[in-house]
Write a new protein. Structure first.
Length: 328
């Protein structure tokens, strides 16, 4: 698998300073926090995003979900005035500093993520995945890291593994979350990051004009009319950049899903070689409409989620995931 690169949004300068001091990233006890925690894997690279600037380059070396994190350093809980809810940071990434820099997003090298930010009207997200071109660029920015990283003493603490369930009665945040579309998106993205899985999937949906090895699999990509859940694009394009766009839905596919995908294909133009809708099920009318719009369909199967009571780890769901082509 190619190493992914993410920019992680930081809410204030104090928290950024703590992240840098301890080479540590933390995410809140909500669905966005656990989604980010599951999205980013050991071996991936991250930079911090604050004040419209990218700060430093790190490699993720370890991940932990910590019990009782509301009373543990380094970050203080945050209470949002509008909702009155207080959040803390149980989901943590341990980082190895690689390069030191502080670069504005107006640099051309950050065009991919800057476009996402502009079209979304600001951050409003815990993380943004960017492409291999950006990772190659930041790997040459600034200087190699030579500064001291302070150790954080967290003795006598317990960890847990986040679980996901369809049963609202068994939700116990931050340890058990309701299965959300964000989680399904991440499952599909990571499944397709495996070249064998991607090659088989492209063959089954009838995309034979491109090899799986040329693509990188990216998370949400913004467009003027919205965003696609998953974007496959050539990692090292020459002349043209072939793209495949994928929309992911946890439930039954709807007409608006197809209309939205079609609008994206028209906006991208000839470089979009395929559009795919992944959902739990498709009605006969949706299958016919997809054929008319030249959109490919695939259903997802997660047998574990058929148990109405049990909860499951992200890794367990990933191992269970099956994508099946729907003939149009």
């Amino acid at each position: 698998m190619k190493k992914a690169y993410f920019l992680i949004s930081v809410s204030n300068r104090r928290n950024l300073d703590l992240c840098v001091k301890y080479a540590l990233a933390g995410f809140m006890n909500n669905i966005s926090g656990v989604w980010t925690f599951e999205e980013i894997q050991v071996g991936d690279f991250i930079s911090f995003l604050y004040g419209a600037k990218a700060h430093n380059l790190y490699e993720v070396t370890r991940k932990e979900a910590i019990k009782g994190a509301e009373s543990l350093p380094p970050w203080q809980p945050i209470t949002f005035q509008q909702s009155g809810r207080t959040y803390y940071f149980p989901f943590r990434l341990y980082l190895k500093p690689v390069r030191k820099f502080e670069e504005p997003l107006v640099r051309a090298e950050f065009a991919y993520v800057a476009e996402n930010l502009l079209l979304r009207g600001g951050y409003r997200r815990t993380h943004f995945q960017t492409d291999q071109t950006t990772l190659q660029a930041v790997s040459q920015m600034g200087n190699l890291w030579e500064e001291y990283v302070s150790p954080l003493d967290l003795s006598n603490y317990e960890t847990f593994t986040p679980h996901f369930t369809k049963n609202r009665d068994t939700i116990l945040i931050p340890e058990v979350f309701q299965f959300h579309e964000f989680i399904l998106q991440s499952l599909v993205r990571q499944y397709l990051c495996d070249n064998e899985n991607l090659a088989r999937f492209l063959l089954e949906v009838g995309i034979a004009q491109a090899s799986a090895e040329i693509f990188e699999v990216l998370g949400e990509k913004a467009f003027p009319e919205g965003h696609v859940d998953i974007l496959l694009k050539e990692a090292t394009p020459i002349g043209v950049t072939r793209k495949i766009i994928i929309e992911v839905k946890t439930g039954v596919a709807m007409r608006q899903d197809l209309n939205q995908l079609k609008a994206y294909t028209e906006e991208i133009g000839d470089e979009c070689i395929a559009a795919i809708l992944i959902a739990r099920d498709f009605s006969p009318s949706i299958i016919k409409m997809a054929k008319d719009k030249q959109i490919k369909l695939a259903s997802y199967v997660l047998k574990q989620l058929s148990d109405p009571v049990a909860s499951h780890t992200f890794e367990g769901l990933l191992q269970d995931l099956i994508l099946k082509t729907v003939q149009t």
